[in-house]
Design a protein around this ligand. Structure first.
Ligand code: TYM
Length: 344
């Protein structure tokens, strides 16, 4: 990957992030992203997008896409994002995302995209059968972020490589067009205990919307019984929990459940082990399930209520799109000038 240029970005601090409406939201999305979205709105201007253009890089049922988009917006709000402060909108409603992505397609190098591990994971051996959109997916992601000159992006660990690419694209654009400091070199915000929530069936695989087994994840709309049952059936080993964090190495499933408990309770892994070290999963799992239900039940209740009123969600999304456009338009206008498009 190319070296980024030492250059000062002097614009305002701004947060951008997005979630794909490609399936039910799960605990990993909640802990890795939504919880951070809520915390950041207290101290920075925040823009939270529902990235429907990214979702269609894999085929989506058109009848389901709009309702899934509203569902993600509902999840943002149910988790605590305040739409009168933060901007919530669907990506496809602001055409600047597509326009800037085209310019960045001409800045990014094929060699950079060839190194993207998510593309390889999603296509497996069938690269030839993948959509071109899936291949240039990370370029659109860079456009999402830089259309608003976002300086901070809260995401889970799996987005790290895409954010490195975003910095490379910003640096190369600024360099190629002799516009030092025009686009910021965005900072990823990945740290925190929920940055990598793993599958309940396999401690080596991340919890994912696309895992065919629903038992592998806790969905935000799962009811209390389903959550308890999934935790009870979560894969573990027979040993009791260790007294110290070092004892979790080589025990990925145990480490995952301890990490989830810590993320929800706002504790460190060691504090969880101070409480449960030496105890078996027969005791730990019900405690974890209770904690999870206490935390998620109000979120899913609010989400259900919001989903029942799609017109209200659409009103919030339309308002958000108008505010997003107002930020994007001058940045896009300046980008067009820098690239040399004729101004009519
Ligand atoms: P998506 O829709 O896959 O996931 C949304 C967010 O949830 C995080 N996440 C996780 N965090 C912890 N543990 C997990 N198991 C887990 N699974 C998912 C993701 O890291 C993400 O923060 N490419 C992005 C969407 C996107 C975007 C952007 C993000 C498009 N444009 C611009 C930030 C900025 C994605 O696929 O997220």
């Amino acid at each position: 990957m190319s070296e980024t240029l030492p250059e000062a970005y002097l614009g305002p601090q701004r947060v951008f992030s997005g979630v794909q409406p490609s399936g039910a939201l799960h605990l990993g999305n909640y802990l890795g992203a939504l919880v951070k979205f809520v915390a950041l709105q207290e101290r920075m201007e925040c823009i939270y997008c529902v990235v429907d253009m990214h979702a269609i890089t894999l085929w989506q049922d058109p009848a389901a896409l709009a309702s899934q988009t509203r569902e993600i917006a509902a999840a943002y709000i149910a988790a605590g994002v305040d739409p009168t402060r933060a901007i919530i909108f669907p990506q496809s409603a602001v055409s600047g995302h597509a326009e800037l992505a085209w310019i960045f397609n001409c800045v990014a190098r094929i060699g950079w995209l060839d190194r993207m591990t998510q593309f390889k994971e999603k296509t497996g051996k069938n690269k030839q059968g993948a959509s071109v959109g899936l291949y240039t997916y990370p370029v659109l992601q860079a456009a999402d972020i830089l259309l608003y000159k976002a300086t901070h992006v809260p995401v889970g660990e799996d987005q790290k490589q895409h954010l490195e690419l975003t910095r490379d694209i910003a640096g190369k654009f600024n360099n190629d067009f002799n516009a030092p400091g025009f686009f910021p070199l965005t900072e990823p915000m990945i740290e925190g205990p929920g940055a990598r929530v793993m599958s309940l069936r396999d401690g080596q695989a991340k919890m994912s919307k696309s895992d065919p087994s629903d038992q592998s994840r806790i969905n935000l709309l799962d009811d209390a019984d389903t959550i308890s049952q999934k935790i009870r059936r979560a894969r573990t080993d027979p040993a009791p929990l260790p007294e110290a964090v070092a004892g979790l190495s080589n025990r990925p499933e145990a480490a995952n459940l301890v990490g989830i408990y810590a993320a929800i309770a706002g504790m460190t892994d060691q504090q969880v082990l101070d409480r449960f070290g030496g105890k078996g999963f027969g005791e730990f799992k019900p405690a974890l399930a209770d904690l999870m239900v206490d935390r998620l039940a109000p979120v899913s209740d609010r989400m259900r209520r919001l989903i029942a009123d799609p017109a209200e969600i659409d009103r919030i999304l339309a308002d958000g799109a108008a505010r997003a456009r107002a930020i994007a338009e001058p940045i896009l206008e300046e980008t067009r000038r820098i690239v040399g498009y004729v101004k009519l």
